[in-house]
Ligand binder design. Sequence first.
Ligand SMILES: Nc1ncnc2c1ncn2[C@@H]1O[C@H](COP(=O)(O)OP(=O)(O)OP(=O)(O)O)[C@@H](O)[C@H]1O
Ligand SMILES: [Mg+2]
Length: 577
Amino acid sequence: MSPFAEPVEDDTPPKALALQDLQLLKALGPYVKPHWKILTLSLLLLPLISVTQVLQPFIIKQAVDGPITHHQFPALINDALLFLILIIVHYGLRYAQMVLAQMAGQRIILLLRCDLYDHLQSLDMRFYHRTPLGKLVTRLSSDVENISDVFAQGGIAIFSDLALVIGILVAMAVMNLQLALVTYAVLPLVVVTMIFFRRRSREIYNRMRLQLAELNSYLQESLSGMDIIQLLQRETYNAEAFKNLGRAFMKTNVRSVTYDSAFTAAIEFLSWLTIIAILGYIVLGSPISFGLLVAFLQYIQMLYDPLEEVSDKYTTIQSGLASLEKIAELKAVKPQITSADHAIPLSLAKGHIQFKNVSFSYLPGEPVLKNVSLEIHPGEKIALIGPTGSGKSTLIKLLNRSYDPDEGEILLDGIPIQNYDLSSFRRQVVVIPQDDFLFSRSLQENITLTYQEPVDLSRLKQVTRTVHADAVVDRFDTGFQTILAERGRNISQGERQLLGFARALWHDPRIIILDEATSAIDPHTETLIQDALEKSLVGRTGVVVAHRLSTVRNVDRVYQLSHGEIIRSGSPEEILQ
Ligand SMILES: Nc1ncnc2c1ncn2[C@@H]1O[C@H](COP(=O)(O)OP(=O)(O)OP(=O)(O)O)[C@@H](O)[C@H]1O
Ligand SMILES: [Mg+2]
């Protein structure tokens, strides 16, 4: 990606929480199902927790109006003991509930995360080319985390708060109906305040999310293109762009804090207003017992605490749902390159390749390959030549089914390649790309691409020696166990292609496709690559995207491409003339 790219597009308009969100929850179904028992148990504990909390002021009232008022202190012991038991049970249950909810939540999240990873692995190159990587990383990190927060802090807690609020309202009415009605009178104000702030916080929250995604995308892109940025001295420009994104995010954050603080203040104010209303009720000539007053003060406290937090929890739920929506969208992306329904397993291909009038475009209306036909018999080696951008790499991407053609057919051993089982097909066709990708794992793992199974070391050594990659391995003291730098930065392009040959030969496919490195490679390495190519193509069908005369000379036939069309084909001698 270029360091000058526009920041990611605003991909979600702020949305209201609505009925359709309940539909969204269905998306979680498959992940919740295996853990429903723990989740249900944790939900069942919620009413018990509320009851044990709501009972507390009852005991206080009884103690104040009874033993304390009448100075019967020995009798107070009973109330104190009762209270002690109640709070031990209450906090014990709370602890158990939190642990259970977290346990279920974390397990559900693990399932979700792994399932998404599997899904991403099934998606094709077309998807990866149009999706910024930063976005996908966000799906598997912060979006998954947001859903996890719903279990940890929001979703389940909001049920318990609701249970508590209802419990308190009922308990107040049971204790003293008139006094309870005075308290209820303030509640409509609370509801209005909550609705007012909720709407604003939702908008701000959505904006914050988008801005953070932009910031992350920008960061990721500029870090991976740091060499270009420094070469072209775009540091000041990029710093300015980053600062602008950061500033916008900061402003939204400050606004969010302003609203949150105003909301907290408003709710606290209303709680005091309720207390004033109760005192007013007493002043107006309705004396109540001291114990009742104490109990009501406690209830009011209990009532407003969850109300104050409800907006936080609501935000958590909302962000969880927004993330769930993005994840569901990602899950809904169907892989375009798949095995057919009655796919043919390909155990050993002969290596007969035919392109029949194949056309292809990455973007609609911009054809990259036009009506390409060619035939390669088993064991033949052909070269593709042509100016840069003429479609050589694209042609081989069609051949290994990174993409499927828009028109025409590609046949292997007389059968359209779409009809083969995809993974068995790909095992027969190995591409050594222009700029082979290396992982930050050991050299051995980079060649074998197996991370766990034991590896036949003598075969590995033989394979690397055959393609002259042993020099690369020997360059390091730790040999095959050398861990490469990220993306294999410490390996040159020539070495990369040699390792590519080793990787291809290790997997022993019937068809090897080499996309020759475009950059200058020293004559010695070039000879090595030539030799590696010849040796690895023995008994195999070979397709080489050639940039060097020496390569072209050694093949059976050459196809020359120009603007996506084959303009000439023939023996190397004919073409070279
Ligand atoms: N992922 C993509 N999305 C859109 N267009 C693409 C994509 N990949 C390649 N193209 C376009 O397709 C055309 C052919 O590209 P291709 O990579 O096949 O060229 P090439 O012949 O391999 O060139 P080179 O010799 O430089 O490797 C180019 O115009 C390129 O811009
Ligand atoms: Mg190319």
